[in-house]
Design a protein around this ligand. Sequence first.
Ligand SMILES: C[S@@+](CC[C@H](N)C(=O)[O-])C[C@H]1O[C@@H](n2cnc3c(N)ncnc32)[C@H](O)[C@@H]1O
Length: 274
Amino acid sequence: MGGGECRSNDYGAAAYWDARYSSPSPSSTATTGGGGGAFFDWYQAYPALRPLLRARLPASSRVLMLGCGNSLLSEDMVKDGYEEVVNVDISSVVIEQMREKHVDIPQLTYFQMDVRDMSLFGDGTFDCVLDKGTLDAMMCGDDAPLGASKMLAEVARILRPGGIYMLVHPLNLNNTITYGCPKERVQLLYQAGSHKKIELYIMPTPGYQLKWSKGVSLAQPIMEEVSLTVDGQLPPDYVLKDPESHFIYICKKPDAANEANSVVANEGETITSK
Ligand SMILES: C[S@@+](CC[C@H](N)C(=O)[O-])C[C@H]1O[C@@H](n2cnc3c(N)ncnc32)[C@H](O)[C@@H]1O
């Protein structure tokens, strides 16, 4: 979802997505992106994201998929043992299609909802919120900064203390419209989400990985954890191999109670060791 695409497509509007999911799409590509009845994952699919998710989330976690579209991610997570994935999207068309497709999978539920108002969900009710392309889509809307702040405030509200928000989006260094560069994105995440700790992973596009591995599929996706500078920039000596790379931000909601307990525990250890 680059700057030019953002300008020419109204990714922030429900009507745009309803039309897109209604239109027949014989083959899905990164730009046609899964029209009526087709299934399509933007950016990265479950096998690539799995190591990051499994390391942080037990199968019993309650997961919320923001702007699920007709991605296979939720279904693949359930096939891999996850017990509850709640899906929301602003498009009633895609929600109806996905409900019908997954009618026999009780672990998957679908709600038509605007992520700027998720009042149907109580405070602290999810262990994890996943976002692949939805914040970016909203960044193309008319009231982008306000919409993004509302969405991130809702994410912070519905996450339990210590819960995680995972955001996958493409890097487009020239893209000022979607606020795609890490500095702006990290500032937005810190301000609106009140997150304490943000980890960044960089993953080349699936096409780049395939070329790099000369067509032989890799056992593990190429993925690097990158330490951002204090002002949210990539380290000055960092070399980005694939200029189309995807950035994966993992934000942890502060857990005041547990952090206070661990301080008390640490103090206790200090006292007894004296
Ligand atoms: C780029 S697509 C990503 C779809 C899916 N997450 C994936 O990875 O394939 C963005 C999705 O966000 C949804 N969307 C856009 N604005 C939204 C909003 N305000 N609330 C809920 N969903 C929204 C769109 O309908 C669309 O399905």
